[in-house]
Design a protein around this ligand. Structure first.
Ligand SMILES: Nc1ncnc2c1ncn2[C@@H]1O[C@H](COP(=O)(O)OP(=O)(O)OP(=O)(O)O)[C@@H](O)[C@H]1O
Ligand SMILES: [Mg+2]
Length: 579
């Protein structure tokens, strides 16, 4: 029962033969305190009956709440066997009847009474021959019965009966009080345990709410924030301490249609779904989210607030972009492989046939001039096919230690030859002291050539083309205006890559050409994007992939009408690494 009660110490004091009714009541009062144990008090009552009347064989039964059986609260002087046999239901047996009627019953001779005679042998075995059963009742409410067995027939005097009735009525109040108190205590204990469990459940719910990777915000019925979880704090960059008591769409700054829809959902208690909206964040940026709102109701169905659940779509978007990129690359690769194959063979055939014609038309300058032009175009087609082939099946990088300045010098030599009649001045500022670093020489030469050829193409009227090599402690020293190609974040904003706090060897190729308009800068590294008349739009696409495979960086800084500078940065590595 949870609470330890004071036990009553039974004394063996006897008051002589004459029943002192008052002394009995005083004993019953004395034994009662608020801490008294209920069962001890029942024991004490039976003890008093023995002490004051001399009856040694007694049973005290109670009617528990919601039960039709009598429950033995105390017994005295009777065998376990007899007690087990005598348990009755309400309404049956002597005490069962007393407990229902609330009237005492006296059986002077158990062996001859018509209701009990057939149990004579049991009574004889127990040594009991008469029975007085008195109700334990408070006003009209019967709470149990005391059964007093006599060792002889007709033992109960009318004085005894009235004194016992008196004592039973008196004690019933105490017993009832103690019984009620214990059951209240029992209910309190249960309530306490229930509360503890509720607390545990609540903190478990709180923990779940805190740790789900979904933003949750709840408001009261007027739309004022009452709860916001950690994930939403991270998503919005807001501090949740700042939010309670404010309207949540004010907190996030939702405006226009979204706000209108949210306000409607409050007014009409209808759930709303926002498949993709931008969550304004505290630092001014936005985060793509999916938001669902719904009404919160209590158990009676009463509306008590609104909850909004926000899922971060950033990761999903990133993955979608990646998948799109992979799909695009796969499509380009497939297409390129097909085109390369379809063009290369006929091209070889055409070349061979033209070679035969060239011999036939020797000495005819007009025709020779035409043929020269045709060969030039064939070469161009061949280089396009070559590039397509590179896109379709990129070569595996073969790394070794090479001097970047030497590769630039090689490339300059080649470029020099292709300047032709154009007024282009090649200038170089090469740091010859740069140590060789790991790279695929042919691939890096191809990158440098691609960028240099673009620089020449951007200066149809001629101009200076400068190439510079140097060692950089970190990419940041080049300043913030460079827009770096970054495969992951390439579209749409091309932010500067994060991991650039390492030394690089750089090649910077600057022209004084037409420059690149701001709007097309994000597109120049895409496949097949070209504004040059004879361009395929693959040069920078292939270059960026090569630089990426070297874990380097490629970026551009350009001013329309003034010129552009391309930056190729390779990490300083002097040991074999697998790329
Ligand atoms: N130095 C530059 N000045 C101005 N625009 C440039 C420069 N470099 C590149 N671009 C722009 O970027 C586009 C893409 O360049 P990219 O090298 O990928 O293709 P392309 O030169 O047009 O064709 P390809 O290189 O395949 O022959 C160019 O068409 C041009 O619009
Ligand atoms: Mg190009």
């Amino acid at each position: 029962m949870g609470v330890r009660h004071k036990k009553i110490i039974l004394s063996s004091k006897s008051n002589g033969d004459k029943v002192d009714n008052q002394a009995l009541l005083i004993d019953l009062v004395d034994a009662f305190t608020f801490e008294t144990d209920f069962n001890s008090y029942a024991d004490f009552l039976l003890y008093c009956i023995e002490k004051h009347f001399g009856y040694t064989r007694t049973v005290l039964e109670l009617i528990p709440r919601d039960s039709d059986k009598l429950l033995i609260a105390s017994k005295r002087g009777l065998s376990e066997e007899f007690i087990a046999w005598s348990i009755t239901e309400l309404g049956s047996g002597i005490s069962g009847k007393v407990a229902v009627n609330g009237r005492p019953m006296l059986v002077d001779d158990l062996t001859s009474n018509k209701n009990t005679a057939h149990y004579t042998r049991i009574f004889q075995k127990e040594g009991v021959y008469s029975l007085l059963s008195v109700p334990l009742a408070i006003k009209k409410k019967v709470i149990g019965a005391i059964s007093i067995y006599g060792k002889e027939r007709t033992t109960f005097t009318s004085d005894d009966i009235s004194a016992i009735l008196n004592a039973a009525g008196f004690a019933a109040n105490f017993i009832n009080f103690l019984y009620e108190r214990d059951s209240i205590q029992d209910r309190l204990n249960r309530l306490e345990r229930y509360n503890e469990n509720l607390e545990k459940l609540k903190s478990f719910h709180d923990l779940i709410l805190e740790n789900v990777p979904i933003g949750v915000i709840a408001t009261d019925v007027k739309g004022y924030v009452v709860l916001m979880n950690r994930e939403l704090e991270t998503m919005s960059l807001l501090r949740r301490e700042d939010c309670p008591g404010k309207r949540w769409y004010d907190i996030f700054g939702f405006e226009g249609d979204i706000r209108h829809k949210l306000e409607t959902s409050f007014r009409t208690s209808t759930p709303q779904l926002f498949p993709e909206i931008n969550l304004p964040r505290k630092n001014g940026s936005t985060l793509p989210i999916e938001m669902k709102t719904d009404v919160i109701r209590d158990y009676s169905g009463e509306r008590i607030g609104v909850v909004a659940i926000c899922s971060n779509l950033d990761e999903k978007k990133k993955i979608e972009r990646e998948i799109e990129k992979i799909e695009r690359l796969a499509a380009i690769g497939k297409l390129s492989a097909g085109i390369a194959h379809e063009i290369r063979n006929p091209l070889a055939g055409i070349s061979g046939a033209l070679q035969a014609i060239r011999e036939k038309i020797a000495g005819e300058p007009e025709l020779e001039k035409v043929l020269k032009r045709v060969f030039k175009e064939i070469n161009r087609l061949d280089s396009v096919v070559e590039k397509l082939h590179d896109v379709a099946s990129p070569k595996k990088m073969v790394l070794d230690l090479y001097s970047i300045s030497e590769i630039v010098e090689d490339s300059l030599f080649f470029i020099q030859k292709s300047i032709g009649g154009r007024k282009i001045r090649l200038l170089d500022r090469l740091d010859k002291s740069l140590k060789p670093i790991m790279m695929d020489r042919d691939a890096i030469r191809q990158v440098i050539l691609n960028v240099m050829i673009n620089a020449m193409n951007s200066m149809p009227q001629g101009g200076d083309l400068t190439v510079e090599t140097s060692l950089l402690a970190r990419a940041e020293v080049l300043g913030p205006e460079i827009i770096w190609y970054n495969a992951e974040h390439y579209r749409p904003a091309m932010p500067r890559p994060k991991k650039n706090a390492q030394p690089y060897q750089s090649v910077i190729i600057t022209d004084k050409g037409i420059g690149i308009p701001q709007t097309i800068v994000p597109k120049i590294f895409e496949a097949f994007f070209s504004t040059f008349s004879s361009g395929t739009g693959l040069g920078l696409y292939i270059s960026a992939r090569i630089v990426e495979q070297h874990q380097g960086l490629i970026g551009v800084k350009s001013r329309p009408g003034k010129g552009s500078a391309f930056y190729i940065l390779l990490p300083v590595r002097s040991k074999q690494v697998s790329l």
